[in-house]
Design a binder for this molecule. Sequence first.
Ligand code: FMN
Length: 380
Amino acid sequence: MSFNIEETDRLLSTTRSVKKRLDLEREVSEELILDCIDVAEQAPTGGNQSSRRWLVVRDSKVKKEIAEMYREVGGQFLKEQSQRLDGTGHHNEKTIEASSYLAEHLEEVPVLVLVTIYGEHDGSGRPGLFDSVIQAAWSFCLALRSRGLGSAWTTMHLGNAEKIAELLNIPKGVTQVVLLPVAHTLGDDFSSVSRDPAREITWFESWGKTTQKSTNGAATFEDGPGIKVETDVKASPEKLWDLISDINLPSNFSDEFEGAEWLDETPEEGARFKGHNKNERMGEWEVTCYIKSFKPNKVFSWNVGDIENPAASWEFRLTPLAGATRLSFAMTLGPGPSGLTRGIESNPDMEKKIISNRQRDQYVNMRRTVEGIKELAEQD
Ligand SMILES: Cc1cc2nc3c(=O)[nH]c(=O)nc-3n(C[C@H](O)[C@H](O)[C@H](O)COP(=O)(O)O)c2cc1C
């Protein structure tokens, strides 16, 4: 029997972390919880062993103690962050506000489900320990959602895991993985949210290799092959922006890019700079680059050779993380003509190999570039 894909995809993409829309007044029946656990237990488990254990807490005194231990770890921090971000439009403003709300009201949620597993992470890398619990806990959340209930994945309590173990009589050798506050939801009109598209976070055949179009196996030029490298930097987007918007800087790290100079005065959309390159295979060449996007502290991207039909396009992007900034550097070959396309024309049978070699060279230089920028940015 086939699935209604639209419905299953809707379930999978709209199961949110529900924090402010949990119905704190309505009872949740034990049958519902057990049904959801039965569904969740269909998830894979290492060694095909039954090692997950689900602890369901309804007693208001016990819930209050758990809530206090939860808040002890980060309640004050969430409250202060929430006040600090209020009205700023910060990308995490709503999440922090909702987390703070949940922390304040945790004991009022009808049921707290603590998902645990027999085993302790001993760093051995052995499979089948608590790595077996996450997929089941998520299936539980999906099963809740399809029945009109909701939960939020929470781990803050783990900072007080020992105290919680004592409170709930959890024996040694059992690992707590996630605490799921469960309630009926207020309404069920949850939506999907914006996440990075698959093409931007999926590599093909080897780390960092991207394509713009579908390909089965090694990419052809038509597929829009590219490279993306990333690194997390302990520095602000502002500090990194000064480095990535310096068009000469990558020449310190790349063994192909020799330097660049501005042809237009103001770095803005459409402005040009000239880049100088050199490598063993292709000799020396110059390219005119056109700025595609220049958004301080966020994105700096440019097209090479022709704004509409570039030989290649490049992008530096900065994404704020908690306590760090992710620096990504991406490049796509084509669709316009270049030394590469001439190489392919004279050796069409070698197309995939030529592209793969080019991607490999670019990968090495781009990785050196982001690591070099990271080192500079993390200096005091
Ligand atoms: C590993 C992990 C730990 C989390 N811990 C907490 C937590 O302790 N408290 C909390 O309120 N939310 C926690 N969250 C929920 C995130 O804040 C939540 O995923 C975020 O609000 C995004 O919302 P969404 O899941 O609806 O996309 C956690 C999520 C994950 C994946």
